[in-house]
Design a protein around this ligand. Structure first.
Ligand SMILES: *[C@@H]1O[C@H](CO)[C@@H](O)[C@H](O)[C@H]1NC(C)=O
Ligand SMILES: *[C@@H]1O[C@H](CO)[C@@H](O)[C@H](O)[C@H]1NC(C)=O
Ligand SMILES: *[C@@H]1O[C@H](CO)[C@@H](O)[C@H](O)[C@H]1NC(C)=O
Ligand SMILES: *[C@@H]1O[C@H](CO)[C@@H](O)[C@H](O)[C@H]1NC(C)=O
Length: 389
């Protein structure tokens, strides 16, 4: 009676875990955060194919108010005659230009040897082409946390090898036009973007990360051709916008789709049908109810992590046996039926691992449920490490 013994120990484990409701702080192991572009210390190597990064909200120091004084001149002139006085040029990193945190309002002339350009945490309000006239080698620009409301499209004609453009936390009203086809990562989160000009993302065949988090995008801004050319896109972050519908035309190679904090109340029946690698879907803080969630819409075999917290679901949606993490906390769920939920038959052969659901982490707190966890749930999900009720 191998099965009986296993079931008994699983039961003991679950009763224990179920009783400890304080587990809610415990999070599943997250994929490693993305490498942030280092600043003064160490320019990164150029990576052509970064592993899928987690969207990290960089914790940047708030700059003080700008002063009428020019940027501080630090130390003696650089050994590089072309180093702008308001920046530093380290002999150890001849391809990096460090101009961050300097009270800068006008971008200085960028030396032609620059690959890595750090301009974050300043008071820049416009990006024009002139400073880039000779900067054809630039691969990486960090403009985060400035006051930029305009990036001239001629800028990008000067820097055709650009791979990373970070311009989060600025005052842009629209996605910049003329983005170079070489681009791999584009971060435009925390702006005021309410417009994506037609063709803005055309030809960006190598873009892997597009972050439009915390802007003012609505359904009408995203047409079925908006993302059409983004054949390499792995991560799309549209969280904290004002979408009511699932975005149209999302590229089928996507791995991570983040849509938290929108007003989505409905998912089309075959929405996830065309994706081949989709593994992480976040729809926390939307307006999903049972009515807007077709029965098997999340039965996607590539999905590993599904987050549906803070919605209005009354029942647990069906999911695939491959799913590992499921967040359903803070919905209106009143009961769970393990027999209906189980992706495989409860009577399947216990030694056949292909029919054991892979679910390891389940959050159900903030619903109308109370322990104990039903026996059929325990019998089905034998890999569950934690369940929070
Ligand atoms: C542009 O770069 C070239 C070669 O790197 C250099 O000779 C020239 O002086 C630079 N021009 C300006 C305006 O910096
Ligand atoms: C995209 O990446 C490939 C492989 O690194 C490269 O050969 C190609 O030129 C890139 N495309 C563009 C438009 O830069
Ligand atoms: C879920 O998808 C699997 C294939 O991955 C399929 O065998 C199964 O019948 C589907 N379940 C439902 C309820 O649609
Ligand atoms: C769960 O669902 C199954 C099959 O639909 C049903 O036979 C069973 O009575 C349900 N269990 C509970 C506790 O409602």
């Amino acid at each position: 009676m191998k099965a009986g013994a296993g079931l008994f120990s699983a039961l003991a484990l679950f009763l224990l875990i179920g009783a400890v409701a304080t587990q809610r702080g415990r999070q599943p192991k997250k994929p490693k955060p993305s490498r942030r572009p280092p600043t003064t210390r160490r320019p990164p190597p150029i990576t052509r194919r970064p592993s899928v990064p987690q969207p990290a909200i960089p914790a940047q120091p708030e700059p003080q108010e700008p002063t009428d004084f020019p940027p501080p001149i630090l130390g003696p002139p650089s050994i590089y005659p072309d180093c702008p006085r308001e920046c530093t040029c380290s002999p150890s990193y001849p391809n990096a230009l460090n101009c961050e945190n300097r009270n800068i309002r006008v971008i200085p002339v960028i030396p032609s040897r620059t690959y890595y350009l750090y301009l974050q945490n300043n008071y820049i309000s416009e990006v024009t082409a002139e400073p880039f006239n000779n900067a054809t080698e630039v691969r990486w620009i960090n403009l985060a946390n400035n006051r930029i409301h305009r990036i001239d499209k001629q800028v990008f004609e000067k820097i055709p090898a650009l791979l990373y453009l970070y311009a989060q936390k600025n005052q842009l009203n629209e996605v910049p036009s003329g983005l170079p086809a070489s681009l791999e990562q584009l971060r435009l989160g925390r702006n005021r973007i309410s417009k994506i000009p037609a063709g803005a993302f055309n030809k960006l065949e190598n873009l892997t990360l597009l972050d439009l988090y915390n802007n003012q995008l609505s359904d009408s801004d995203i047409g079925k051709n908006t993302f059409k050319d983004l054949k390499s896109l792995m991560q799309l972050n549209l969280a904290r916008n004002t979408l009511k519908k699932m975005p149209a035309g999302v590229p089928s190679n996507l791995i991570q789709l983040f849509l938290d904090k929108n007003h989505i109340d409905d998912i089309p029946k075959d929405y996830f049908g065309g994706f081949t690698h989709l593994a992480f879907v976040r729809l926390n803080y939307n307006q999903l109810s049972d009515k807007g969630v077709p029965k098997a819409v999340f039965n996607v075999s590539t999905l590993l992590d599904l987050q549906l917290a803070h919605n209005q679901l009354a029942s647990v949606p069906l999911f695939n046996g491959h799913l590992e993490h499921l967040h359903l906390n803070h919905n209106s769920i009143e009961s769970i039926n393990g027999t209906q939920l189980c992706p495989y038959s409860l009577h399947a052969d216990l030694s056949d691992h292909s029919v054991v659901p892979r679910l390891r982490y389940l959050r159900l707190d903030g619903n109308h449920l109370s322990p104990p966890i039903p026996l059929d749930v325990i019998m089905c999900f034998r890999h569950l490490h934690s369940i929070v009720i």
